[in-house]
Design a protein around this ligand. Sequence first.
Ligand code: HAS
Length: 581
Amino acid sequence: MTKIYLSKSEKRLMYALLCVPLALLTLGIYHGLMQTLYRSGMISQTSFAALDYYQGLTLHGVINALVLTTFFAVAFGHVCMSYYTGYKMRMTTAWISAILMITGTILAAAMILAGKASVLYTFYAPMKAHPLFYIGNVLLIGGSWVSFFGWIGMYRRWRREHPGERIHLAVVATMVNFTMWFVCSLSVAYSVLFLLLPWSMGLTPTVNVPLTRTLFWFFGHALVYFWLLPVYLMYYVMMPTLAGGKLYSDNAGKLVFFLFLVFSIPVGTHHQFSEPTITQGVKFFQSILTYGVAIPSFITAFTLAASLEYAAWKKGHRSKNPFAWLTRLPYFEKDRYLFSYLICGLIIFIFGGLTGMINASYVLSSLVHNTAFLPGHFHMTVAGPVFLGIIGMSLYLLERLSGREIRLKRITNIIPYLWTIGMFIFSAGLMVGGFRGEPRRTNMGISYMDPDSPLYRPDWVWTTGTTVIGGVILFAAAGLFFIVLLDLLFGKKTKESYISFPTYDVVHKEKVIPFLNSFKPWIIIMLALILVAYVPAFLNVMKFTGREAPPYEPQNPSPLELYQQPEEAGDTDIYNLDQNE
Ligand code: HAS
């Protein structure tokens, strides 16, 4: 395995990018467990330990889904671009990026903790947050762009110095991910800077809600693939070697990443099937494209299964039983713990993916939309392969950066299996509950799960109880992860510090296909598809949106002016505002 040695500054950067979000993750994980307790009625109050329900849910979503994932994608991107191009990291852009991201995170987290931004990770208007929350998000996202700008320079240099050569799959994966991220996050940057921020600062009285939501989902579905692709990189580039085999096809891998580039963005309105301002034709078209975005994952399922089966054959597997190869993989090998994180993520993703196909259906979505089924689906994606890939790779990188060795190897190996068991129990509770009508994002402890409430639903007791059992197991697995992490970070340095990755060989010698060795054609297709899918959606939103909305808080159905300043504003003033329409 090739080794690269990082400079002091590079190491400091990597520690900052990996450890800041992992420290915050303690809060994110704690609020995950709290969610299950609120939802099951075990906590029957609006707040606990000085944080209210929506504050906790916002912390959970923002830290786990936005902060951890973005920091990790940038950290892993730096190290992969450096390792697979052979160039040093671009430290000026890397540090500017890290400082912006850390500042943005501090601002957003401070506003949530102060109770001024309980707007959940989607920050849907008309729920209003403090301006600093929006600014924090812009800095976090904009900061990650700066790293990408540095990598563009590295990529172009590599191209100049290696004309006609095959680009490494890891470089394709990283550049695809951040190209998609840059394009999709332009919409949310526009929404935040020009719509939400002036509105939240009181410069504009109302905001166009469907427009902000459509701009959010232009970003939002590509966001989920931004979480996933670093882990897909690990699956393609590292997992075959960890399993003791080879990658079935490098070209298939490249096709997969380029298909994500093309399909990830123009599917956002599948989150808005219930949005009345968008017409059926637009939704139907994007529903079909959503099936398109599942194709790269289907290709992945077959390519990875073939690669893993090849590994089993190399180890002497000769059974005629078509599934017996599954028993020959290194599930519990202490020194290959990364394999167990990756394989568990894949197993969970089979179900995360299948439930995604249910959501993608324009018809079935009306059954599950905004029910507990949705968190059931997305925990088996972002809290399955993505989370396990992130924590597994973080341990792997920190071990090598620090020159220390993980001492609690057995525990390290067991964590992903415990997490998988917890995730299946937890998600099953949510999904069955969702089919029975349980809403998502609802403090059910003070309503449906409170036996004294007229809204009480005894038929939801066992489903929410199941999520508590799953939640406790997940919490225990996360607790073990932190024990291993702290033991690693405070242990003794025993070896030299360097980075090396178990990198694939391919089963078949493949030709360089020019179409799969260049970004240009794919970027053109991506832009064309975005125009076809989104111009009609935005025209719809501009045409059919009714009155714009004043700001609200999540706990209160009255507009904020009425709620906060009844004496100054006066009821009549507010009603006049409505009647002007
Ligand atoms: Fe999703 C909502 C559709 C994938 C995350 N999704 C969400 C939300 C999140 C999310 C967070 O169409 C909620 C947003 C909110 O807050 O409102 N999703 C899909 C589809 C896919 C999909 C079609 N989602 C993801 C991924 C996510 C994610 C990935 C995060 C990382 N999703 C939707 C839709 C909605 C939605 C609608 C909106 C619903 C609504 O009503 O609001 C596809 O990309 C899935 C394709 C995946 C597969 C699985 C392939 C299987 C593989 C494993 C192979 C295993 C092997 C191992 C080889 C087809 C690759 C074998 C070894 C053994 C030992 C067995």
